[in-house]
Ligand binder design. Sequence first.
Ligand SMILES: NC(=O)c1ccc[n+]([C@@H]2O[C@H](COP(=O)([O-])OP(=O)(O)OC[C@H]3O[C@@H](n4cnc5c(N)ncnc54)[C@H](OP(=O)(O)O)[C@@H]3O)[C@@H](O)[C@H]2O)c1
Length: 394
Amino acid sequence: MAVSIKNIALLGATGSIGLSTLDVIARHPDKYRAAVLSANSKVDELLKLCSDFKPDIAVIAEPEGYPALRDGLKKLGLATQAMSGPQALCDVAAAPEFDTVLAAIVGAAGMPSTLAAAKAGKRLLLANKESVVVAGEILMRAARENGTKILPIDSEHNAIYQCLPSDGNQQAVRRLLLTASGGPFRGRTRESLASITPEQACAHPNWVMGRKISVDSATLMNKGLEVIEAHHLFNIGADKIEVVVHPQSIIHSLVDYVDGSVLAQLGNPDMRTAIAYGLSWPERVDSGVAPLDLIALSRFDFEKADTSVFPCLALAFHALKLGGTAPTVLNAANEIAVDAFLNEKLRFLDIANVIEATLSAFSAEPVRDLDVLMAVDNQARIKAQEFVNKMVMQ
Ligand SMILES: NC(=O)c1ccc[n+]([C@@H]2O[C@H](COP(=O)([O-])OP(=O)(O)OC[C@H]3O[C@@H](n4cnc5c(N)ncnc54)[C@H](OP(=O)(O)O)[C@@H]3O)[C@@H](O)[C@H]2O)c1
């Protein structure tokens, strides 16, 4: 029987998740094709990927990159069409000829194209957690109304997805247990984090990731964003989601059932497992990830997250309990603060201070529509920048 090839629109192709996805796709040329590749500003990297994967369309989000992309594709003799701008990302996400969208743009910038894919009823492989944090209610409603299959790529949510009942009945679920590595500063005191540099914050012990998510992992905001993401993806209250620090990053998350059964998904810390799961669901394909060697690992450790040292996790729970537009404010403030930290304009410990101050400056409003959310996102970014400017490093 002839097997049809899945045409994948890979948004954020030049990033860490994007490159891992291309690695999995390259292992299965009979099953998957990178039909769309996108980047923000890295034209040369995008051209190199186009040369290797020969997509139908290449999108550069920053319009200034368009001439170099168009001319570069021509020089390479490729038939790939060049497109540019944020609207082009939404257009390719919604285009009927691409059946699967892998949302791997970093930050709220990925939200419009993720939502476009959800509205178009695509198979949506969701790595861009910020789009769920910013617009979870709207995104999940769009997915429900349009028959969109969302397959979580975040390893924790992918683990939970694998451990939940396949019939969708969650009545017997007592808790979701999200595991956290604890990041590069696990076990440290608050005082010892006063002069952390971006390089130290980005040196994650277990995972190789983009710089923004690496800083989020160091502050534990990544886990906070994931708690909000889990709430929306699995339609479960904040009181039923717990975080457990598991430094080995082998147990990717667990589901606790009322009868005392706890189901977990394990594997080496390599995003290609979750990506291959999403691409092949409901089947399984080789991802290139090495088999798990339990004897070599020999032990698993667990501990409580220390929110006195890592207040971002508590701030995310707080925003989720406030509800409405509060998670949008939290995410916007975090993006501004992390960017300032990466550009050495803000101290590591002040990331949480900027977020807390910004959250306090807004009351949580009900999420009526996308326009309201976008306006709140914009205002929160302006306010957070004001706090950054006040706390700026001398
Ligand atoms: N990395 C992981 O292991 C991991 C695990 C779980 C979840 N995630 C989530 O997956 C997403 C991607 O993470 P990552 O680590 O792969 O990030 P990354 O390495 O920084 O890559 C981000 C990608 O998004 C593009 N991009 C950045 N800003 C953009 C904008 N304004 N408009 C359009 N495209 C833009 C980048 O293009 P340029 O290259 O041109 O800048 C790049 O292709 C994040 O939401 C992250 O939380 C990542």
